[in-house]
Design a protein around this ligand. Sequence first.
Ligand code: ZN
Length: 397
Amino acid sequence: MSATQLKAPVLEPAPGRARPAPVQAPDGEPQHPLAHLSAEQLEQLGRELDALHAEVFAELGEGDARYIRGVIRAHRQLALAGRILLLIGSRRRSTWLLGTTALSLAKVLENMEIGHNVMHGQWDWMNDPHINSRSWDWDTASPAEAWRHSHNYEHHTFTNIRGKDRDLGYEIMRVDPHQRWHPVYLLQPLYNVLLMGFFEWGVALHDLNFDAIRSGEKPKAQALAELKAIGVKARRQIVKDYTAFPALSGRGWRQTLAANFIANIVRNVWAHSIIFCGHFPDQTYTFAEAEVADETRGGWYARQMLGAANIEGGELFHLLSGNLSFQIEHHLFPDMPSNRYAQVAPRVREICSRYELPYNTGPLRKQLGSVHRTILRLAFPGGRTRPKPGPYRSAQG
Ligand SMILES: [Zn+2]
């Protein structure tokens, strides 16, 4: 049954503070899932989610600190094992394979569960001199400061608002039928494959925000300083993975260089896949600026829930995805330590069920399949908004 066939119960808007009327959806568009919620219901939704956030933060303590320290230790051991295996045996096939696998896993862990989350400020409450958003830098081409601005501020504030959230297609892809088509998009299936492999470089350039530089919104001096920071970071990355460690391998330098290159590609493809599944499966909603003009706290929460999608999987999968498989929970509570998302997920799902809001989730192959189908279809003109899952209902409902 398609979403257009599902009828959300129509509730009378409660008296009191009026909520701006939802922008009229063009014909054939799925009914907006917020259409049935009154201003009071949205406010109540905001209060419930605030309370859930407060409840978890009141519980944070030694166990959580142990968790992140353990993950950082595991990363260091994996990275060290990978580097040593390649140093001593990169010319032997089995050692090379083991070393490359360990290094790839280490890079995945470092970017996803450690880098992204520490730089969000999820562990700032520990007051640790190293594990905090101000001093952490990660093993990727993006300088920490530029990334924190484009991700923590821009993407997490303007999530899925067309024209404001630059992560919606990363400015180079059409991932929503509302985005006007241009012939350059015909090439997007091709450059998407390139972006997968070299995602860290794409993200570093994306942080620069070429539109803002062109329009003068970002002063030239700032753009130059940021470009310089990327240059410094890029040089460090290239020297480390493509000069220093290969040189240490002596006669096996070629094999070590290949291993480091592959580990970076593996990490990039993985990060691209997990991140694209977070917002581009075609069930997620995008918003016009007019729809969010007078957004309340509850409305902000609802937009985060409707604009994100989860991926189902086991504990190891969640760890390697940096718990971004709980993208909905991450967008509701970006400052919450990632080890807590699995715990709050059933509560968030129950809230969605009560407010009859969609809770988009599915296995990796389903979410990823729908991302790549969208990228292929929208390379061409037209394309309709895909039918959305109707307001979430529990199995009993
Ligand atoms: Zn984030």
